[in-house]
Design a protein around this ligand. Sequence first.
Ligand SMILES: [Zn+2]
Length: 324
Amino acid sequence: MVSDPLPLMLQRLDDEPPVFFAEEAHKHLGPALERLVGLGLLRETTPATSAPCWDCGRGYVGRVEFVTSSRTGRRHAYIPCPECGAVEVPLDRLKRWAVDVPALLAAVSDAAGVRGPPAEAVTGHLWRVGKATWGQRPREVYFARHVYEDSRPALTAEMSRRPKALLFLPTEASVRRWGSATTNLAIALESVVTFGPAALSFDMAYVESRLTDSGLTDGVKAKRPPRKRAERAGKIEALVREMAEHLLAARDYAYATKERTGTPELLPRPSQKDLAKRTGLTKADVSRCLADESARELRLYWETALDLDQIMRWKGRPRGQKTG
Ligand SMILES: [Zn+2]
């Protein structure tokens, strides 16, 4: 078992459905299971519909049949094993617990000072957690989990109307995988929330620093004249389009080399000079745009171009997206 069960719970939210089976719950959560259930963060859900045969240990997994005894009125569970025949499975071993997302969000809100209540925005995938005042400004807070092809368009559409909202995802892995689905600042819950003695605790300083790093707090810097700003935005957009093209090419290259040699290879990232040539900008333009805090999409693609795993998952630039 682990001292802080929270990371395990958050990792489970990357899966669908986010459930723990009896064996792993006891093995990995141990006594914390009871506490998590007590806090409402985990709740018992429907029992498992299949189970391995523990009698012969051959790893045969059978579909569970429930039979109610007419004599005792008690329910029994059996699986058919090719070695042992019908084997009774103790009901406790079929128990499953699901992560209760609204309860978790309510607990996070309490710890983080988010004014709720949480409301589901895309069923099972996106919640509006509430509003919080961070970096001296009220901001909307969202939470997303398990963002895959089916849920991504709805989520992107919802978040594109709220470019300033902060988006929590369960884990750092999910931020790497899904964080680029929107231009919102994405923060992993596992990096800010810990399981305290009485409740969850929340690392506010970390959130504030991420907001500052992303240029989302009122800095001391004077605002640029609007015309210059618009000019810069145009240059950034051109670079974003070029980098999005590069990522597509890099993805094709990775799959092509993988098919040919068995090992995917990284298409080298263009240099700033290459980018300048391809977009008709000066080298100084490119380096200024890359250093621009508001060019989050550009900076993200610039980083992604070095990451073969992310490149291979690259699905193209989300539709209707503008650099801000
Ligand atoms: Zn068996």
